[in-house]
Design a protein around this ligand. Sequence first.
Ligand SMILES: Cc1ncc(COP(=O)(O)O)c(C=O)c1O
Length: 407
Amino acid sequence: MLPGINDKFSESARTMKRSAIREILKLIQKPEMISFAGGLPSPLSFPVEEVKEITTHILETQGAEALQYGTTEGDPLLREMILKRHAGQGLNAKPENLAISTGSQQALDILGKIFIDPGDYVICGLPSYLGGITAFNAYRAKMKGIPFDDKGMRIDLLEEAVQRLTDLGKKIKFIYIIPDFQNPAGITMPEERRLEILEIAERYDLLVIEDSPYRDIRFEGTPQKMVYQLDKSGRVITLCTFSKIFAPGFRVAWLLGHSDIIDKFIMAKQSADICSPVILQKIIAEYMQRGLLEKNMGKTIALYRRRRDLMLECFEKHMPAGVSWTRPEGGLFLFITLPETINADEAFARAVKNNVAFVKGSVFYCNDTGKNTMRINFSYSDDELIEEGIKRLAAVINGMIAEQDNS
Ligand SMILES: Cc1ncc(COP(=O)(O)O)c(C=O)c1O
């Protein structure tokens, strides 16, 4: 290590850790590995030909603007297309409620920057998206996790935690939720639960960050209103992204919020990256204007639905008694609960030896629990690999259960 460099790093930099998921992905990069670990869209969902054609069109018709700096708020046509799409879904947001971000991950980071002072509390789910936890930790937030039932964050425990922290004089800034096909748990909050969370947020004057990258990937059931739509007090900030409905490599996302919050967000984004890549925003805007987003998304949803069904079938067929899993109505993930005595860290080590990988659920628990859980992605692997991978994984778990029974 460079001598003395550690003393030069800021306090928050000193406590930063590499993302456990990114580290896992590095560990399992070999061709024979069947990976259910990443949150990767299927390469089959990427509209390569359309992007090729549209890119040429943009360069031919507005090449200079496409290669220039843009406004921090985002490309005008893209903003218009996003607001139009929301209006079609019954959400009438105004231009001052919208900002473009460089992936939702940037939005999480900037929201951390504008809201969190060291020691402030953020409430999140047990489990919750690791990238959210690490973004808020970087601003030295204290994370308070709330356990789930089958409808999402448990309201009784949320209220108890908020009351206790308030009694202790702690400052809670926001509740961080992923209400649609949650990453990692796959759970969707019904409207009633969304309203209950909002009611608590209002009573204790907290903001709500609604992170919603999977909302459009619904296979079945009724779409629930966005928490942003249900809110009447301007306390909800909603993050949406093109990563899962178009292509994560573009790193283009957007957020909706009260104009005062969006205004501050834009000030902070100016020092982060000035603007999101202009040419990429223009390509997406044109793609949307041509009606290709919904068309291609339909194909992606059909593909993921089939893969989810296949994955569930394989679980039914191969998993031993005592293992349970969620049945998500959309999104990219299943969440598995092993018998209490089976440690997913150990299962991970054995699975990797057998060339199958997943993410240990414990990385999604900010309180160091969830040791018997795992997250499985079903969007990325082809059908044959899903079958073979689940067989291998079931064999590992079966083996661990059998060893325990015999000891
Ligand atoms: C809940 C959640 N939020 C944010 C992100 C980051 O999305 P983006 O690719 O737009 O940065 C992800 C990515 O998987 C996610 O699952």
